[in-house]
Design a protein around this ligand. Structure first.
Ligand SMILES: [Zn+2]
Length: 245
């Protein structure tokens, strides 16, 4: 992937939990909430003593405020993922700032704004764009990019499904891959609550979302790992403001 340079404007880009993170992972869930899946996800997480980090789309959170309240009450971290699910890096700095601010304004109804703030943009657009970094730094000083180290690739699973048994098999295959990965301990793991995209297989998105969480939490138990909320990095080397690897 190489190195991207800036004149000192890169925010920290996090892909793992800081420190050794023994026995821990951070499950991060984009595009929530949804009334037909999120309550089931919250119950599964509770059953395993797991805490997740949700990056919420304002357009989905607005009609589902009670679910947002439930997420916070159960100890999960919630951050903004924009309002509509559009490429905010391509929409211009004003739209980027307005969408993030509108979503965060909704979330402050349920918890104080975290500091430092963790940012994840739709489709992770612009994480190597220095204008996006400068715009976010001006909006929320000290914020950090919540990238990930491992992806469940769940945005593609439903495209391979034509039946419920396909869902179980395809989710199990992705979970087996992750369970065998030596980088799983300490990893920030990307997953979705019904990914917002135009790909085929939309009818199976709810089943994929719930099945994948069920199987992944079982795999974490087998590996002796528990999901904890993603936390900001305590500090970054000075050169990371100039060089993004
Ligand atoms: Zn998203």
């Amino acid at each position: 992937m190489g190195v991207s340079w800036s004149l000192g404007s890169w925010l920290p880009v996090l892909r793992r939990l800081p420190g050794e993170a023994r026995g821990q992972v951070a499950l991060t869930i984009d595009d929530a909430p949804n009334p037909d899946t999120t309550p089931a996800l919250l119950d599964l997480l509770d059953r395993h003593g797991a805490k997740a980090t949700f990056f919420l789309s304002g357009c989905r959170a607005e009609p589902n405020r009670a679910i947002v309240a439930d997420m916070v009450a159960r100890g999960h971290a919630v951050y903004a993922h924009g309002w509509e699910h559009v490429r905010l890096d391509k929409a211009g700095p004003d739209r980027l700032r307005a969408d993030m601010a509108a979503c965060e304004a909704l979330l402050t109804e349920f918890r104080p704004t975290p500091s430092p703030y963790l940012v994840r943009l739709p489709q992770n657009g612009g994480y190597r764009n220095s204008l996006v970094h400068r715009t976010l730094a001006a909006w929320m000083p000290g914020c950090q990019f919540a990238h990930w180290g491992l992806s469940t690739e769940d945005h593609l699973i439903s495209t391979r499904c034509a039946s419920e048994s396909d869902v179980e098999r395809e989710c199990a295959a992705e979970v087996a891959r992750l369970e065998a990965d030596p980088r799983l301990e300490g990893a920030v793991v990307l997953m979705h609550d019904q990914p917002i995209n135009e790909r085929p297989g939309a009818a199976f998105k709810p089943a994929v979302t719930i099945t994948l969480m069920r199987l992944l939490l079982q795999a974490l138990d087998r590996r002796g790992l528990v999901s904890v909320p993603m936390v900001p990095a305590p500090g970054a080397a000075w050169w990371t403001r100039y060089a993004l690897v």
